[in-house]
Write a protein that binds this ligand. Structure first.
Ligand code: XLS
Ligand code: NI
Ligand code: NI
Length: 433
């Protein structure tokens, strides 16, 4: 067991006016919004890599955190899991997520690494049986070790493709065994540093074939969860093949996987790709591939993936509005792919970073639900497209270009521009955030 969080109580909802720092002001798991409990809307998950494994480094300096579970043995890994589940209990989160490299020590060979993974999966299974927190998704870290430096499935060396297959297979088995609801693939090194040494076509074909093999394997082992691709435009590579939602959709279509694979959308990655977070969610929903969320935010000045905890509820309300419009999560959830700052050394910093983010999401969700319930935004959107309900408009879509063109003279059409009413819509949103 662990006393890392000694003196920190389990957090409870106490309402917006409480003076208690160790309480929720907005996250009230049992509160019902639009017919669903808040906990079931938000489906929060803690990310093992940032909250438990990250040592506090940045490009100019190394470790700042000194945690008793930092080390290379299985005992360290088990202590890390004990601390993890203690954190999950304090927060009352229903889910966690991991990479293999976060939960087990690396071995001297593939066999030893796999044995370490299996030992930790046994340990996590026991933990899950005694706590309420379950696995939202598992994934393989195919980017940190030097063997992945030129990619995993897209590596020019076929031996690395084999190693990636073995690693992903082991992690799909682990995720399946732990009852994970999704399996994620994020291709941090599936891209290039320079086009001068890159065969774009070959790398794309290999990535597509790899994903087909992943999907086949999922069906063969009877894994019921969702396979998710996490788009990101660049960093660590100069250019990554899973650039954004639209790019991933094109890739899925090319390899016949658009009904098999969905997307895990990260706030900071959307911004790096030059999109808003809500744009990426709305686009994925409209394409039928919305899966899950990695919730964080980037620093708007530094321009790289700083993975901070979210704290802007007004901005997030627009994202949750799109999630609600899409019908909410199915197997997905809100995973805090976010890390505390490297000066935030105290156990309380770790707890309250999550608590604040949970409250921010809950507040955003309440605003989004109120916006949807108000109905005026959707009514105004529908009204803007109402002209398309007429038989003449529908007939244009069924006929040829010349049929549509003929309407202009036959009906004496002269389009009358109408206001988009943007400021009025923004004012309406501001009543609820
Ligand atoms: C990195 C990614 C990573 C994925 C999981 O930028 O967000 O953390 O979520 O591999
Ligand atoms: Ni990220
Ligand atoms: Ni992520």
């Amino acid at each position: 067991m662990t006393d890392f969080f000694a003196g920190i109580p389990a957090l409870r909802y106490q309402g917006p006016d409480t003076e208690n720092e160790f309480a929720f002001r907005h996250y009230n798991p049992d509160e019902v919004l639009l017919g669903r409990r808040m906990e079931d809307h938000l489906r929060f998950a803690v990310a093992w890599w940032h909250s438990l494994a990250w040592p506090g480094g940045d490009p100019f300096g190394g470790q700042t955190f000194q945690r008793p579970w930092f080390g290379d043995s299985l005992d360290h890994a088990r202590l890390k899991a004990d601390v993890g589940f203690a954190l999950f209990d304090i927060l009352g989160v229903p889910f966690y997520c991991f990479h293999d490299a976060d939960i087990r020590p690396e071995g001297a060979s593939f066999a030893e690494t796999k044995a370490n993974l299996d030992a930790m999966v046994d340990y996590l299974a026991e933990k899950q049986a005694r706590h309420r927190t379950k696995l939202l998704w598992g994934t393989a870290n195919l980017f940190s070790h030097r063997r992945w430096m030129a990619g995993a499935a897209t590596n020019p060396d076929p031996d690395v493709y084999a190693y990636a297959a073995a690693t992903v297979k082991a992690n799909m088995d682990a995720t399946h065994r732990l009852g994970g609801q999704n399996y994620v693939l994020w291709g941090g090194r599936e891209g290039y540093e320079t086009l001068l040494n890159t065969d774009l076509r070959a790398e794309r074909q290999h990535a597509g074939r790899f994903l087909q093999q992943v999907v086949d394997y999922k069906h063969r082992i009877g894994f019921q969860g969702t396979i998710l691709i996490e788009p990101k435009p660049q960093e660590p590579s100069k250019h990554q093949y899973d650039y954004d939602v639209a790019t991933v959709y094109g890739f899925l279509l090319e390899f016949g996987l658009e009904r098999e694979v969905k997307v895990n959308i990260e706030q900071g990655h959307a911004i790096l790709a030059g999109h808003s977070f809500e744009h990426e969610i709305a686009l994925a929903a409209s394409l039928g591939i919305f899966g899950s969320i990695d919730m964080n935010r980037n620093d708007y000045q530094s321009g790289w993936d700083t993975d901070q905890f979210p704290n802007n509820h007004a901005e997030m309300a627009l994202a949750f509005y799109e999630i609600l419009r899409a019908g909410g999560y199915a197997t997905g959830g809100t995973n805090f792919d976010a890390k505390i700052r490297r000066q935030s050394l105290d156990p309380a910093d770790l707890v309250l970073a999550h608590a604040g983010a949970m409250d921010t999401c809950a507040r955003a969700l309440k605003s989004a639900a109120a916006m949807l319930q108000d109905g005026r935004l959707e009514a105004l959107r529908a009204e803007r497209y109402a002209g398309w309900q007429t038989p003449a408009a529908q007939a244009m879509l069924a006929g040829g270009l010349e049929d549509a063109a003929a309407r202009v003279t036959a009906e004496g059409i002269e389009p009358e521009p109408r206001s988009g009413r943007q400021e009025r819509l923004e004012n309406l949103v501001n009543r609820y955030v």
